[in-house]
Design a protein around this ligand. Structure first.
Ligand SMILES: Cc1cc2nc3c(=O)[nH]c(=O)nc-3n(C[C@H](O)[C@H](O)[C@H](O)COP(=O)(O)OP(=O)(O)OC[C@H]3O[C@@H](n4cnc5c(N)ncnc54)[C@H](O)[C@@H]3O)c2cc1C
Ligand code: HEM
Length: 406
């Protein structure tokens, strides 16, 4: 347990951290990458450029400080962070590096405000949180390694199929290069792909598994990331996969992780509402396929929002599923007014649209997509008074970014 005095000091510094949080963590990353360049490959450079990772850590620290005497409220956050860390192979030996650079940055940014008492309280509090994360991460590594077909670290997988799903999304089917069976995963979870960059360093990206568990392959479905504006680089890993990786090639992947999943053992007497936008369909597709197989009596509403049919992945598959399963109701929402056929409408996904497809609002909601979509759905569900336990989502970036926008 933390000393009462430590709790008081950390709580009393929460407002200062809130105020200086982003400056502090920007400073922290700059400092850490200079003094400890060995940890740089863990971090997504694009998240650094956009400041997302800085804000994620600042947010986590501020939340920790504010709730240090009531850590249960951080339970969900701890699981999210531990799963993310485990997907990237963050190990106990990395924690002192982060801790040392964080404390030094607090000192440098706060200047005279950072007394020895404050620094040592934070050192103790950091160690306490680090131990919680290290403990949970150890369990995840062990669970993943001991599953039949499981492993720890990165392992070579061979591409057995490469299939275009839409004008900008391509699926890759992967099997273990050593012929080992695949470990079970939960529908909604993601794997990590590690790739060598031209400078010799490696970089990692998470990709949700888009097929259901229990297949002879893992499948990921990747959107080609184009440069957001002129003179900015195109997405490195997505373009590398699209352009350079063909059937027969191998890629390194780490085991499935993630706390967003459909729990098939849970009671499911409410309808299931699955909302996807763009490439956010990938974990939702895995959940849809699993739900149809394991809960055939359940009412399912599936909405996929995207620009138009050209960029829409898995349309033919979902159309076929709807024909086969009377309990599945499908709707497509295109933001580009030009094209629409069948069960489709034009515009964005709104509360009215969701409600029009449901017998009542009481349902389990799972959603994934770009930030504006996520924020708008989240707000609508909160406004409807849907309990948090019935609202689950995956965001393809630091969660803090989403909460900040919300
Ligand atoms: C849990 C999770 C699951 C995911 N699942 C999927 C999935 O199923 N399918 C999928 O396609 N993606 C998924 N993603 C996103 C994926 O991990 C990658 O972030 C995505 O493929 C982009 O990676 P990249 O290397 O191609 O782009 P990056 O190189 O990371 O670049 C990202 C964006 O930033 C821009 N950019 C890069 N460098 C700069 C710079 N210096 N200045 C300005 N702009 C810059 C790029 O043009 C690009 O638009 C998931 C992410 C998470 C966290
Ligand atoms: C107590 C200590 C730590 C806290 C509170 C913390 C907090 C966080 C948070 C909030 C996220 C974002 C999760 C998400 O929403 O996706 C994150 C991601 C991450 N963390 Fe930590 N972390 C800690 C320690 C570490 C350590 C020791 C490392 C190792 C170098 C590390 C490396 C990373 C990486 C690489 C990511 C993903 C970054 C990206 O997307 O680019 N963290 N962490």
């Amino acid at each position: 347990m933390l000393a009462e005095k430590t709790v008081q000091i950390v709580k009393s510094t929460a407002p200062i951290l809130q105020e200086h949080g982003e400056t502090l963590t920007r400073h922290f990353y700059k400092r850490m990458f200079k003094h400890n360049p060995e940890v740089a490959p863990f971090f997504n450079p694009a998240h650094q450029t956009a400041g997302k990772q800085q804000r994620a850590l600042a947010g986590a620290i501020a939340a920790y400080a504010a709730n240090i005497d009531n850590l249960e409220v951080l339970g969900g956050a701890v699981e999210l962070i531990a799963q993310k860390h485990a997907s990237l192979m963050i190990k106990p030996e990395h924690y002192p590096i982060v801790g040392e650079n964080l404390l030094a940055s607090i000192r440098e940014v706060l200047g005279d405000g950072a007394t020895d008492e404050i620094i040592s309280a934070w050192a103790e509090a950091y160690g306490f949180l680090a131990d919680i994360l290290i403990g949970r991460e150890k369990q995840i590594y062990e669970e993943n390694a001991k599953k039949p077909g499981g492993w720890e670290g990165f392992k070579n997988f061979r591409i057995t199929r490469k299939e275009k799903e839409s004008s900008n999304i391509t699926s890759f089917y992967l099997v273990a290069a050593d012929g080992a069976p695949l470990p079970a995963f939960k529908p909604g979870q993601y794997i990590t792909v590690r790739v060598a960059m031209p400078d010799g360093q490696t970089t990692m990206r998470n990709y949700s598994l888009s097929d259901q568990p229990g297949q002879e392959h893992f499948r990921i479905s990747v959107k080609r990331e184009v440069p957001p504006e002129a003179n900015t680089p195109a997405g490195f890993v997505s373009n590398w996969l699209h352009d350079r990786i063909e059937v027969g090639d191998t890629v390194e992947i780490a085991p499935p992780c993630g706390e967003f999943f459909l729990d098939v053992t849970e009671k499911h007497d409410r309808p299931l509402v699955l909302l996807a936008a763009g490439v956010g369909i990938t974990p939702i597709m895995s959940i849809l396929l699993t739900a149809l197989d394991t809960m055939p009596e359940r009412d399912i509403v599936f909405i996929h929002a995207c620009l138009n049919e050209q960029v829409q992945a898995f349309k033919a598959t979902v159309d076929a599923l709807e024909k086969k399963h009377p309990k599945l109701k499908v709707h497509y929402r295109y933001s580009d007014a030009g094209t629409r056929t069948g069960n489709a409408s034009t515009g964005f996904v709104t509360a009215e649209l969701i409600e029009s497809l449901l017998p009542g609002r009481d349902a389990d909601y799972y959603f994934c997509g770009p930030q504006p979509f996520m924020v708008s759905i989240y707000h609508d569900l909160l406004k409807w008074g849907i309990p948090a336990s019935q609202v689950r989502f995956e965001f393809f970036g630091p969660r803090q970014e989403l909460e900040r926008a919300a």
